[in-house]
Design a protein around this ligand. Sequence first.
Ligand code: ZN
Length: 267
Amino acid sequence: MCRRAIHAILRRASGGHGERRTARLERVRIAVVSDIHSNLVALDAVLAKIGAVDAIWHLGDVVGYGPEPDAVVDRLTGLGAVGVRGNHDAAAAGGNEIDWFNPDARAAMEWTRTAISETTRAWLAALPLRRMESDFTLVHGSPRDPIWEYVTSAALARAGLSAISTEHGLHGHTHVPIAFTMVDGRMRTLVPRPGNTVALGEGRTLLNPGSVGQPRDHDPRASYLVLDIAAGTATWGRVAYDFEVVGAAMRAAGLPTRLADRLRVGV
Ligand code: ZN
């Protein structure tokens, strides 16, 4: 689906711009996924669990660490997903971000650079640092520093919200799901469990869906977020996937075994 079509749906669903709401568009669902990290098995489990959506937004680090970079990019492009560039995407496209990687991440990135097709490399290189979709600004790290900053506190979330012009922000990079809501100038923090929902109408929000392909909150299940624009909700979810299959593929490819092992425990 093209951007213009999605915008039209969002406008109609929200009843904005004087357009009448249609019954057919009462529910507009958007899947938000981040830090997929070349883990196609996890991504497909998420997509199957979420079911039909009107759009897919990704928050970067599509590649790195995992064994199937081209297949993940193929899946996202085939579904018309739009998103932003993470530090691993920038490094895979040839950037010097690789110089700041730890040894395992660097080894995996050197493998990724040789494994990806020219089509994948060009797609990664073309990802923007920031992207605005309707009332949301999408970034990988933070609104202030889309490549490197980790938003891990309410103070950093407040600074991030002050750096964007949209009502809401979406970010990844930490691999830990979290929600910050600013109500009457005060920050609320929620560490969401699966099924938890944040009401978008309560205030400005900065939301992290967690990681699809390498969760780090001690839960090995793939993490994701679903926005329901008409209902004004953001709801987190988790889904189990076969991390042993992914780990075996990583070992067979010669990727660092520690990166395969950590998938079992979600760190
Ligand atoms: Zn990442």
